[in-house]
Design a binder for this molecule. Structure first.
Ligand SMILES: [Zn+2]
Length: 119
């Protein structure tokens, strides 16, 4: 399952961050999931709950998911905008249909709350 491999690398990433910051525990993980990422939120959560058990630093972490809207960039005038409907239509600035999705297709780590940090 796609969600499982994404979560597995997410946990790895969290462990790297914890190590870098001398943290022994991660309390909260905030991730952004694009609405067009094709990711199933509930599958993502259950995958996370499975994987965190195996990770010493992530074991008690709370997962917070922020849904991210799709954002488009016009290839003609480079205007960036959030489309209103699922029908992405045209650039509101120049009317071009030559659009590129620059946000909303991925999952990424937004923020981590850790304990045990040494500043
Ligand atoms: Zn445009």
């Amino acid at each position: 399952m796609h969600e499982y491999s994404v979560v597995s690398s997410l946990i790895e990433l969290c462990e790297e961050h914890a190590l870098k910051n001398n943290a022994f525990k991660i309390e909260k993980i905030i991730v952004g999931i694009g609405e067009r990422s094709g990711m199933d939120k509930s599958l993502f959560v259950s995958a996370f709950e499975t994987f965190r058990e195996e990770s010493q630093v992530c074991k008690d972490a709370i997962l917070d998911i922020v849904e991210e809207k799709v954002e488009l960039e016009c290839n003609d005038c480079h205007h960036c905008f959030v489309p209103e409907g699922i029908d992405y239509g045209v650039c509101p600035q120049c009317g071009s249909k030559n659009l590129e999705m620059i946000k909303g297709r991925e999952m990424h780590l937004l923020s981590l709350e850790m304990i045990g940090q040494i500043d």
